[in-house]
Design a protein around this ligand. Structure first.
Ligand SMILES: *Cc1c(COP(=O)(O)O)cnc(C)c1O
Length: 396
């Protein structure tokens, strides 16, 4: 039985496809409906809504001692990554950026814009950064003050080993920042389990809100020392936080409708059983979709151990009749928007498992893929040998 109300699903027959993308994603009807009234940003009702958002997010991070604070920030997720780096890294600090995909590289690019020191471990398209190499890099460079890692690197869908990276970071006396954009809310990032100074996520990923703001969850004692670090007026998390403490308000115009929608998304998240319930649905979505796609002959880029329940990368079939753009259009005609791949070595595409969708929808995705292949005359979805050779590089 589905945990979701089917009548609230989009209806592709009426022109609204499912978004099998890692945000913006398909949202519940009630989330969209929550945007049908206006709120005064200075008003007590909206201030209470903002406070409720922060309190609930802290609850998801598991903060038993009130040692953490939540600071919302206008903009998309990348604004929050930039705000986190600018606020938490002192101007004379140095960051070890761990990259295994586009989002890790974006963090490095952000450091370059900030004009602050950083060093990069670039593992390529998908190899996971491991605790041992972080320990080695930190031992070799005493100037490094912070490490940043993506929790789920959404480019490949790999779930990075943040627990061992946290251990290596703090064993070396440094501080960890986490981009948990596409994982928070579905995969545990409990402050009592994994140590970090701050992490960021956004409204339109696993909490299933609409885009418009993100948030940082930060150790209060650390944030208290961050005054004056930020390079940017609007992206200063310290200033945003002190303003919330003082007045309960965002500093500049908040996305009021998005906040209202997010509160409804949080309500649905709680009904589903919080992080565990949400993670369980996404895991089932993934399992049904991956099993079905494998039965058609498709192969995943990652071995099961590294597969996240967030988004899955598949190799494009070797059959010359397979043309991704045509596959994409056919999938869209059947009601499903999929996502091009981001691998540099072999052709790939991605299918997201997050959003207001359940296993029955994922079974329809597989059926649509089978039909699209048949229409294109693709006999086998098996990938080229080069793809499998690429995958063989991935450690067990
Ligand atoms: C979505 C995402 C971001 C932010 O991307 P925006 O397009 O700015 O919302 C950052 N990091 C990761 C890992 C993401 O999945």
């Amino acid at each position: 039985m589905s945990s979701l109300q089917n009548d609230a699903f989009p209806d592709p027959a009426k022109g609204e496809p499912f978004l099998l993308t890692p945000g913006p994603l398909t949202t519940a009807l009630s989330v969209k409906e929550a945007m049908l009234r206006d709120w005064g940003s200075w008003d007590g009702d909206f201030r209470a809504m903002s406070k409720s958002v922060c309190d609930q997010l802290l609850g998801l991070a598991g903060d038993p001692d009130d040692a953490y604070v939540c600071v919302p920030m206008q903009g998309s997720g990348s604004y929050c990554v930039e705000a986190m780096l600018g606020t938490f890294v002192p101007r004379d600090g140095k960051v070890l950026v761990l990259a295994n995909g586009a989002y890790g590289l974006r963090a490095a690019e952000t450091m370059r814009y900030l004009g602050r020191a950083y060093t990069l471990i670039d593992k390529g398209d998908y190899m996971p950064p491991r605790g041992a190499e972080v320990a080695e890099a930190l031992a070799a460079d005493p100037a490094i003050t912070h490490v940043i890692v993506c929790h789920c690197e959404t480019s490949s869908g790999i779930l990075n080993p943040v627990a061992e990276i946290s251990e290596a970071t703090y064993a070396a006396g440094r501080k960890l920042l986490i981009d948990s954009m596409s994982a928070f809310g579905a995969i545990d990032l409990d402050v009592t389990q994994i140590r970090y100074e701050a992490m960021v996520s956004s409204a339109n990923k696993c909490i299933e809100g609409v885009p418009g703001f993100g948030f940082a969850i930060a150790r209060k004692a650390e944030l208290e020392g961050c005054k004056g670090n930020s390079h940017s007026l609007v992206l200063d998390l310290y200033a945003q936080w002190t303003n919330f403490v003082k007045s309960g308000q965002w500093r500049y115009t908040p996305p009021t409708h998005v906040v209202a929608a997010f509160l409804e998304a949080l309500r649905l998240h709680a009904i589903e059983g919080g992080v565990a319930g949400r993670g369980a649905r996404y895991t089932k979505n993934r399992d049904v979709m991956v099993a079905g796609m494998r039965a058609l002959g498709f192969e995943t880029l990652l071995k099961d151990r590294w597969l996240s329940p967030i988004i899955v990368t598949f190799f494009c079939p070797a059959d010359p009749k397979f043309v991704f753009t045509e596959f994409y259009e056919r999938m869209k005609d059947k009601g499903f928007i999929i996502y091009p791949g981001k691998l540099t070595v072999v052709d790939s595409f991605r299918v997201g498992c997050i959003g207001w969708m359940d296993a029955a929808i994922m079974a329809r995705v597989v059926k649509a893929a089978a039909e699209a292949l048949a229409e294109m005359g693709v006999a086998s979805a098996a990938p080229p040998a080069a793809a499998l050779a690429e995958r063989a590089k991935l450690a067990a």
